[in-house]
Design a protein around this ligand. Structure first.
Ligand SMILES: Cc1ncc(COP(=O)(O)O)c(C=O)c1O
Length: 287
């Protein structure tokens, strides 16, 4: 068996908040009624084991007993470049555009800090991933929602006029864009992304783009990276990725940004490096 998608693995006692944390943080659902099992679907990790080669690599590394400060190897960048090129056609990605992020949510807020001040309005689509709501408001920003609308076939669509109006009314210069969108699972088409980015361009809005779900695409849908829709999109977008959803590694955190534009890159890295909090370890922040 190459990949195991059928075994039911008992996660109890393994610190998994999905099964051991009913009521977790005051916002997770409570435990099941007496006589019922928990169905651990309230938090976005999976009940499948990770890819065996990932586990093997972790075990192999831990056989060496030293875990001191380290520098990021070229393999780290090479594997991201290969993945993005093979999976999403990002063929011109280079090492200098890639940077470590302590989680995608942390990356969203850290990037916001580079381009907005607490109290500023930020455009976000609704329905909104609860993590965005908590973190963006928690960091002191004011969320302005542009609701997605279902068309006559029930497909969720962006309302470009609403986005444009709210950006103007609220003097917004930073938006959080989720591609594919969570919740509701919309895989935006190239045309839709281009239209949204055109609104952002016309209003001089920097786009903080969460692509954490980009590897989990069903049916005939195709993920189009936001930065690939135009030269302008490439230069106004900070994109965030992670292997965490794809390979069930959320507990290991390691996420990353791709930023092509040198100005955006310097601003984001400068804002996150100040606290040292976003560094993979003390050395990696110099890469
Ligand atoms: C859209 C989206 N962004 C970010 C996250 C969280 O990412 P991380 O655990 O890397 O902070 C999630 C988790 O469900 C998510 O759905």
């Amino acid at each position: 068996m190459r990949y195991d998608f059928t075994s039911i693995i008992d996660r109890r006692g393994m610190d998994a908040i999905a099964v051991d944390g009913p009521g977790y943080g005051g916002w997770a659902p409570g435990g099941p009624k007496e006589g019922f099992d928990i169905i651990p679907m309230w938090v976005a990790d999976m009940n499948f084991p990770t890819c065996p080669t990932i586990q093997e690599a972790i075990i192999e590394r831990t056989k060496h007993p030293m875990f001191g400060y380290f520098d990021v190897r070229n393999e780290y960048y090479d594997s991201i470049i290969r993945w993005q090129s093979e999976r999403h056609g990002m063929t011109d990605l280079t090492k200098k555009c890639i940077g470590y992020e302590n989680g995608v949510l942390g990356g969203v807020v850290s990037a916001l800090n580079a381009f907005a001040c607490p109290g500023d309005a930020v455009l976000v689509h609704s329905p909104t991933y609860i993590g965005f709501t908590g973190s963006i408001e928690g960091a002191g920003y004011r969320i302005v929602l542009s609701p997605l609308k279902q068309d006559e076939s029930g497909v969720w669509r962006m309302d470009y006029d609403d986005m444009d109006r709210k950006i103007k009314e609220n003097h917004i210069h930073v938006a959080v864009f989720c591609n594919p969108h969570n919740p509701c699972g919309r895989v935006w088409t190239e045309e839709e992304i281009r239209d949204a980015l055109e609104i952002y361009r016309r209003n001089e809005v920097i786009v903080i783009d969460d692509e954490i779900w980009s590897d989990i695409i069903l049916g005939n849908h195709r993920h189009v990276p936001t930065q690939m829709v135009s030269e302008d999109a490439r230069c106004r977008t900070v994109s965030l990725f992670a292997p965490s959803k794809t390979f069930n590694l959320a507990g290991l955190v390691g996420s990353y940004h791709i930023i092509y534009d040198a100005y955006l890159r310097d601003r984001v890295r400068s804002a996150s490096a100040k606290s040292h909090y976003n560094a993979m370890n003390v050395l990696s922040m110099h890469v």
